[in-house]
Write a protein that binds this ligand. Structure first.
Ligand SMILES: [Zn+2]
Ligand SMILES: [Zn+2]
Length: 379
């Protein structure tokens, strides 16, 4: 390609300050260095994690920055040492990686790569600590190593999942993060058996992904727990059969669920990040065999408190990161589930905006109106 080895000038939505609307800028994107690939992003979507770091209320702010980590695109060029990807490949950049060479990557049980595990504080590339984005020579920070709110971005090759080129990128781009986090929490970690009951705490994109996983596994009852009753109607499309709004009960939620299910659900998945919900999710599973899985990210000073007898009574508590999926090894398979019509993605996509109107996607999410808003690049 004629752009190989050259700087590319393109549009990017730059966050100059915390909480301020993104500004469409012309940026320079440097060629990929060792073990990096440069990707032409075609579709990206907004995830709550982008909004959280853009608001920068709970962490050290790092600006100016290009956010974005759920996306689909095509490899434009590859840097030195990249052997598994080539220009033209259809790919999903992923916020966490798989180097293939560390104890975690060698373990079948882990996806927490030592080299490329999510790092929210890093603003440059691992290779040299530098940014590949600049405006008039001033560097713009990366986000999660993906920075997909740009027409071109540079990503470590270990954070790039090569997918079926037939897969529509405007749909499968959402497989990059939230959906897979919830889906994997159920399918690969909670592993409900056919006919079992599953409680899902939090009915945002991740929780709905978890519900979808429970439906795919053949769960007989899927109990959705959320403080927002507006979410209930929508959640039915994702297999949720019953709803519990903690505000409508005097009893603790774990007791409400135990009463509904003759002693507790078989599996539960917690997707809110509230430590109270985590405790409820654990205590609402059935003794003898119940398994609870924590997905939501808690606050810094939270502590999980439960009576040890809840464990001795043969309940299991697990935690998961990105649904235990290894980005390069497993994510192409999630795309295949969609291609084989086992997994429906369309119902997660509630809005679409052109790239020039990316700030609308933030509005939809802040108002709680969207599950996923697809942002179409080049529009
Ligand atoms: Zn690794
Ligand atoms: Zn995300």
């Amino acid at each position: 390609m004629i752009t190989t080895g050259q700087i590319i000038r393109c549009k990017a939505a730059v966050a100059w300050e915390a909480g301020k609307p993104l500004v469409m800028e012309e940026v320079e994107v440097a060629p990929p260095q060792k073990h990096e690939v440069r990707i032409k992003i075609l579709f990206t979507s907004l995830c709550h994690t982008d909004v959280y770091f853009w608001e920068a209320k709970g962490q050290t702010p790092l600006f100016p920055r290009i956010f974005g980590h759920e996306a689909g695109g095509i490899v434009e060029s590859v840097g030195e040492g990249v052997t598994d990807l080539q220009p033209g490949d259809h790919v999903l950049p992923i916020f966490t990686g798989e180097c293939g060479d560390c104890p975690h990557c060698h373990s079948e049980e882990s996806n927490m790569c030592d080299l490329l595990r999510i790092n929210t504080e890093r603003g440059g590339m691992i290779h040299d600590g530098e940014s590949r984005f600049s405006i008039n020579g001033k560097p713009i920070h990366h986000f999660l190593g993906t920075s997909t709110f740009s027409e071109y971005t540079v990503v470590h090759s270990g954070q790039v999942a090569k997918i079926n080129p037939e897969a529509p990128l405007d749909k499968v781009c959402i497989v990059s993060c939230g959906l897979s986090t919830g889906l994997g929490a159920t399918l690969t970690v909670a592993k409900p058996k056919k006919g079992q009951s599953v409680a899902v705490f939090g009915l945002g994109a991740v929780g709905l992904g978890a519900a979808e996983g429970a439906k795919m596994a053949g769960a007989s009852r899927i109990i959705g727990v959320d403080l927002n009753p507006k979410r209930f109607e929508e959640a039915k499309k994702f297999g949720v059969t019953e709803f519990v709004n903690p505000r409508e009960h005097d009893k603790p939620v774990q007791q409400v669920i135990a009463d509904m299910t003759n002693g507790g659900v078989d599996r539960s998945v917690e997707c809110t990040g509230s430590v109270q919900a985590m405790i409820q999710a654990f205590e609402c599973v059935h003794d003898g065999w119940g398994v609870a899985v924590l997905v939501g990210v808690p606050s810094k000073d939270d502590a999980f408190k439960t009576h040890p007898m809840n464990f001795l009574n043969e309940r299991t508590l697990k935690g998961t990161f990105f649904g235990n999926y290894k980005p390069k090894t497993d994510i192409p398979g999630v795309v295949e589930m969609y291609m084989n019509k086992e997994l429906e993605l369309e119902k997660f996509i509630t809005h679409t905006v052109p790239f020039s109107e990316i700030n609308k996607a933030f509005d939809y999410m802040l108002k709680g109106e969207s599950i996923r808003c697809i942002i179409t690049m080049g529009a």
